[in-house]
Design a protein around this ligand. Structure first.
Ligand code: A3P
Ligand code: MG
Length: 426
């Protein structure tokens, strides 16, 4: 049974805090409705082949907020099933060597985030598109963990419906509130699992290639804040004199379920609580953020409406419980530090007029995944269903065979087609 809430933006039933579902099934489970999937016109549905112009497949998904104002869907507590590291040269390691430890700064630390930008900064080349490769490397290295519950009779190689990056899911959660940036998500079904990988839009490529010097420097500030607040070892201290290298990353891999969608995704984690008595991952993880200092009611309102939405979505998905924020002035000096508990963010924004709601984010994501499951029917590593969205439009898709959009690498397809016990040593 579904319960609908008022569609009024000033509804007082606004602030039910989202909680993770700890047990299977249960209350509040919602179905995804067909009314959000609409017949689409042929103009929006582009396809590489005339055979794809099947009206039965020509559908679109609305992103209008009012359609997603219903009970919070079941979202199981995410479980960490593994982790991996990328070193200073972006090499993959199936371990936690790049894990860092949070060292709490003073409340007013005066960290200079500009320090080292010119002389101690190695920036990852973001024109290199890694697609899902690192996640797939992790899957290959940990395959036995993922299909242990499957019988040999099953045709499903992995015990999940979707494999993706956390960041792609964050974009989905924030879509009903996004007014500026569209996205393209490529989906391929292979042995029963749908892989979702982002494709850079033309607009995003232009933005990336035309960043101002000021913008480039400001992008460094977030990483510099991480360096001021993280140590490489559990008993160590931060080293603000070192090099900031954005190739390095520690990533968690979590498994969870959103309604009837079984998800496996990975996301970069900034650091963990160094207390040995801290809860197990992902509950011990800490997300670090920087933001402009808040001086006026208007700035506070914008922070609640736009920044906290992104911060909440990013950390809620993998079950990271807190964000430590460094508020900086225009010169890049951190003037104050504050902790935000993810579970308290919906309370914090409840008095904000016409603000975002966690339930809309999660229901939209759920319905998008249902739409993807309905659409992505052909099970083949070289077929890509491209889902595209622009603000104020519906989500549409197109189908591509053996195109430049294919993203599952040959080594992955070969490895996953091999029988589990025929794994060779190399
Ligand atoms: P801030 O978020 O503190 O600005 P993350 O917080 O997701 O771990 O990302 C770390 C830092 O990467 C960000 O810190 C920011 O400096 C940079 N960054 C990540 N994505 C970005 C984007 N889309 N635009 C600009 N900077 C980005
Ligand atoms: Mg961060």
């Amino acid at each position: 049974m579904e319960h609908y809430r008022s569609r009024s933006p000033i509804s007082s039933s606004h602030s039910r805090p989202p909680a993770y579902e700890r047990e299977r099934g249960g209350r509040g489970r919602s179905h995804c409705e067909n009314q959000r999937f609409r017949p689409n016109n042929q103009r929006q549905h582009q396809s590489e082949s005339a055979a794809e112009h099947n009206p039965l497949n020509s559908r679109a998904l609305s992103t209008r907020r009012e359609l997603y104002e219903r009970d919070f869907p079941v979202y199981k507590q995410p479980v960490e099933v593994g982790s991996f590291s990328l070193d200073s040269e972006r090499r993959f390691f199936n371990d936690g060597r790049q894990m860092r430890y949070y060292v709490e700064p003073e409340r007013n630390p005066n960290f200079d985030l500009r320090d080292g930008y010119k002389d101690r900064f190695v920036k990852r080349d973001d024109s290199v598109k890694e697609k899902l490769d690192h996640v797939l490397r992790w899957v290959v290295a940990n395959r036995s963990k993922l299909n242990s519950r499957k019988t040999s009779a099953s045709s499903c190689a992995l015990d999940v419906d979707f494999v993706t990056w956390r960041g792609h899911l964050t974009k989905l959660l924030t879509t009903p509130y996004e007014t500026k940036e569209g996205w393209m998500l490529a989906a391929t079904k292979f042995r029963g699992t749908i892989y979702i990988s982002e494709v850079e839009t033309e607009a995003a490529r232009r933005e990336r290639e035309n960043r101002t010097e000021r913008h480039k420097e400001m992008m460094y500030w977030g990483y510099k804040f991480e360096q001021y607040t993280c140590a490489d070892n559990v008993h160590g201290a931060p080293d603000p004199g070192g090099v900031v290298n954005t190739n390095e990353a520690f990533c968690t891999v979590v498994q969870t379920r959103l309604a009837d969608h079984r998800l496996l995704f990975s996301g970069e984690v900034d650091c963990r609580d160094k207390d040995p008595g801290a809860p197990a991952p992902p509950a011990c993880y800490v997300e670090l953020k920087t933001s402009a200092e808040i001086c006026t009611p208007k700035q506070r309102s914008n922070f609640h409406r736009f920044k906290l939405l992104k911060w909440w979505a990013q950390s809620f998905l993998p079950g990271v419980p807190r964000v430590v924020a460094g508020f900086r002035d225009h010169e890049g000096v951190v003037v104050s530090v504050e902790t935000f508990h993810i579970s308290k963010i919906s309370q914090l924004i409840k008095n904000e007029y016409n603000c975002w709601r966690p339930t809309v984010c999660m229901n939209f994501c759920c319905d998008f995944l249902t739409f993807v499951k309905q659409t992505v029917t052909e099970d083949s590593p070289s077929v890509v269903y491209m889902f595209s969205w622009e603000p104020r439009r519906d989500v549409t898709f197109s189908v591509h065979r053996d195109s430049q959009f294919s993203f599952l690498p040959h080594w992955y397809v070969e490895e996953m087609t091999r029988r589990p016990n025929s794994h060779h040593q190399s």
